[in-house]
Design a protein around this ligand. Sequence first.
Ligand code: ZN
Ligand code: ZN
Length: 401
Amino acid sequence: MALRFKLFIVCFIYISVSVSQRINIGIYSESNVKTFVFTPVKGNYEFTGDNSVKNIILQNDVIYIALLGDSVNIKSLDKNFGNFGDVYFIGENNSCSFKIKPVFPDINTREYENDLRVTILYKKLLLVNHVELENYIAGVVESEGGSKAHNEYYKSQAIICRTYALSNFDRHVSEGFNLCDGVHCQAYKSKCHKNPEIYSSTISTKGLIIVDTTLNLITAAFHSNCGGMTANCEDVWLKHLSYLRSVRDPYCTGSFNATWQKTITADQWKVYLKKSNLTVTEPAKASDFNFYQEIRKANYEYNGQTIPLKRIRTDWGLKSTYFTLTAEGNNLIMKGRGYGHGTGLCQEGAMKMAESGITYDKIIKFYYTNTYTISLRALEFFKEPVQINTFPTDSTKININ
Ligand SMILES: [Zn+2]
Ligand SMILES: [Zn+2]
């Protein structure tokens, strides 16, 4: 690593980005919301329809929004504002928040910070939350990481979620937003509201991201529990990444998702092997199929033939690929460790590390080999700055058809 870079890491690692940055998140992306109620919870909002009609929506006002043909219909209790193609609800200041109650379909109310755009995409309502990046990160940490962990864990999770958001900034750009709120991107099911420590942990790491030795933002993969050893990423996906290396993890082995068990018959397994084009030597005993993983392996092995463990995990709906097979009579006992794909940060291990006093930077370094936690500002010194969209802009215009 160049000395110049080392010096900058030292100088800037704890300096946060002062510029206010926003991101566009497609919300309720996994539901086809046709009608909903919009209500400002904190502060007043200005409503703009097709850049012409403007109205002030006061705190606690109730606005009905519905898909009507190819338009968005906006009504209050006593007024029909009309039909529009593109509608914005802009908060009067940065601390404004609003809630959304979908009426059709009838699903839970959620609260969001900052602004909302409502338009039409592929004949459906498209809801986009234009939100401060750090507000979004705190909401993701709460949705992805639970609400009862230690601050140092929340800090590591905030840095991971921020790194993911910025390295996947263009994922939905053709649809008019940056990231969706589902598992396709990162779960974001509301503003952070259950635990104020999540928000303060997010703000205390504001602007920090993780880069590899070539100064590229890393693919910050994480999972629930690795079972005592994380996986090399090429055993999970096809691509080799220098920082997603298998490490032994002594921290998660007593946690909730550390072990699992499933029993199948030897005959079921035999049928599966044959379906997978393996030649089974007959007569076969259940113990012929025994399989052990002291350290994580990429493949199940039988008589010199193999099946990728990730395929077995999918085919059998297993919690992990880190399992052994042991014969008991005519049955095979699958004894598994961990939950999830197993590569990158192990959430339950990271929670234990945080509880035992290990700081977020060391947690990140433990799970992501040869990486650096630096500020965006330090990164911008070496590379082109990460572009954050404004709202509304030409770049967020979408194709309506
Ligand atoms: Zn997505
Ligand atoms: Zn683990």
